[in-house]
Design a protein around this ligand. Sequence first.
Ligand code: ZN
Ligand code: ZN
Length: 170
Amino acid sequence: MAAAFANVVKALPEAAVESRYMELSEDAAGEAVLSMLEGLEARDALVQQLESVTHLKASVTAWHCAACNRLTEFLNKDCKAEGHTMTKTSTLKRFWTCDHCNARVTTLGVRFPANRCSRCNNPSLEFTACSMYRGPKNLKPAGGTTGLACKENLFATLEQHPEMGKRTFR
Ligand SMILES: [Zn+2]
Ligand SMILES: [Zn+2]
C-alpha cells in the first residue's frame, strides 16, 4: 500500500499532491511533503483566524435596559445607579466607518447606525459596513525577502483574492 502511494506521489504534479494530502499516509508522503503540509496547515489556521476577524458582524453579550430601552455592551453605570432593570442578552455587533470622516463606529442589535457620527456629527448618517479587523496599515509587496508564509503577504494576497480565504485543502 505504501509503495503504491509513493508511486502516486511521484506521478502527481505538485498542486495535486497539495490538494490530496489528506489521503496520503505519513510514510508515503515523505519529509519534503510533510514540511510542505506543515506550512499549509499553518496557512490554513491563519486563514481561519482571518475569516473570524473579517466578518462584518459579531455575536456579543450586551445589557438591555428596560427603562431606557437600549443596548449597551457594558453595564451602564447610570442605569444601574438609577435602579433600571438590566437584562443580559445576546445581540449582533456591527462595524462601520463614517463616510465623511472615516471614524470607526459600532452598533448593537440594529441593522444600521441610527445616531450621528460622534466625531464629525454629520447629519446624513452615511456609514459603510466594515470588518471588525482594522487591517494591516503597511502591506509589504508580495515576493519580498520575508517569504511566502509571512503574515503580511498572506493578508495582501487575501485582499487581492478574497476567494482564496474560502479555500479548504480537501
Ligand atoms: Zn437605563
Ligand atoms: Zn464622521
